[in-house]
Design a protein around this ligand. Structure first.
Ligand code: SAH
Ligand code: SF4
Length: 383
């Protein structure tokens, strides 16, 4: 079976090429063709030594994920559904903003953590994605968007990556790490370490591993100011309670270069959104570590039995945190019309029989669904 080169970070590719009898600089050339130019065909990598092209043929390939659909929202948000085989699909979302383009990437098909308010969690866990499947989301999105937006040579479409799609990235660490390295590598996507964010529900030992291995930004999904409530919302809290989690965050920041932790907090009506709970949060974190809060209005889904906090309650909660000296933002909901918002990255792992039906539908769909036809990009310009 051929090996998919999207699964290697630069060191991995260099070792692989060395195994074929090729020097490191050839691996750098190959890596740049793949990630910076989006080229998958070895024959078209014009300055790559013929000897290497010949050696790669038949043993290696550059293989993206088959897209099942591509939806474009009125606000410019684009959501792709990628087929990862055996009836599983994962979602990737592009969010254009005035000053940057953000890609939200999935790390697993489903998720084993099972948070109460998360539709991915409600589906259960199917499997970990491989490094190639994680990187393929960025590879496809970057190069499709570059063409679709007619960006000039050297301009990139995506300059911010958040591991906030389906899955718990720190429960798929072995595949995640080389993917992060490719995102940061100057020969790969060259993203700033501040603009690659791993979001976690709190897998403490893996926060420590990440601290040693890779200088990316960390977002921690907090959702509650005390263990009793967090146990109920994020079951992983029973294994790694708040005090241990915050200690891991402190250790994370102690390893330079790191600036602050972003705490995500999903606002659930009558559950975790009272001003007293905001005050408890302040007491919990303020004197302990540099941090920011990102309040996410809950995106409801039928099986959750939960409601979104009213905007005035979210604002009042934000004010308590801000008055206490913490930078606090309220996340805008984007792509609502295509269900691309947080926690609606439902993917499809629960209905394994549906992929064929979806393919058929995608072939003849009207409305906002843009069928994937051939290699050309199907998205239109930025708003
Ligand atoms: N597993 C990781 C990353 C994926 S979830 C984590 O939990 O951090 C990305 C973010 O979306 C998390 O902060 C998560 O709590 C939030 N989220 C999940 N479901 C949501 C929903 N229905 N509404 C709003 N935010 C949600
Ligand atoms: Fe998994 Fe994150 Fe959803 Fe929790 S919020 S179930 S950890 S994807």
């Amino acid at each position: 079976m051929s090996i998919n080169l999207l699964g290697f970070d630069l060191e991995g590719l260099a070792a692989y090429c060395q195994g074929l009898g090729e020097k490191r600089f050839r691996a750098v050339q190959l890596y740049r063709w793949i990630h910076q130019r989006g080229e998958a065909d070895f024959a078209r990598m014009s300055d790559l030594a013929k000897s290497l092209r010949v050696r790669l043929d038949g043993v290696a390939l550059v293989q993206g994920l088959p897209p099942l659909s591509e939806h474009r929202s009125a606000d410019g948000t684009v959501k792709w559904l990628f087929d990862v085989g055996a009836g599983d699909a994962v979602e990737t979302v592009f969010i254009p903003e005035a000053d940057r383009g953000t890609l939200c990437i999935s790390s697993q098909a489903g998720c084993a953590v099972g948070c109460r308010f998360c539709s991915t969690g409600h589906q259960g866990f199917s499997r970990n994605l491989g490094t190639a499947e994680i990187v393929a989301q960025l590879w496809a999105a970057e190069h499709r968007l570059r063409a679709a937006l007619s960006l000039p040579e050297g301009r990139r479409a995506i300059d911010n990556v958040v591991m906030m799609g389906m899955g718990e990235p720190l429960q798929n660490y072995a595949a995640l790490l080389p993917a992060l390295r490719t995102m940061l590598d100057d020969h790969g996507y060259g993203l700033s370490r501040r603009r690659v964010t791993v979001s976690t529900s709190g897998v403490v030992p893996m926060i420590d591993r990440l601290r040693q291995d890779c200088p990316v930004a960390l977002a921690v999904s907090l959702h509650a100011p005390d263990d009793a409530l967090r146990d109920a919302l994020v079951p992983l809290n029973r294994k790694y309670p708040l005090d241990e989690l915050l200690a891991a965050c402190e250790r994370y920041l102690s390893a330079a270069p790191r600036d602050f932790i972003t705490f995500e907090y999903c606002m659930l009506d009558g559950v975790n959104d009272a001003p007293e709970q905001a005050r408890a949060l302040l007491r919990l974190v303020r004197d302990r570590l540099p941090c920011k809060f990102n309040l996410i209005p809950f995106n409801p889904f039928p099986a959750s039995g939960l409601r979104r906090s009213p905007p005035e309650r979210v604002q009042a909660f934000a004010r308590v945190l801000q008055d206490g000296g913490l930078v606090t933002t309220v996340r805008k909901t984007r792509g609502d019309d295509i269900d691309a918002a947080c926690g609606q990255l439902a993917g499809e792992v629960q209905d394994r029989t549906q992929v064929a039906a979806r393919r058929a539908r995608a072939a003849g769909l009207a409305g906002r669904v843009i069928p994937i036809a051939g290699p050309g990009p199907a998205v239109a310009g930025r708003p």
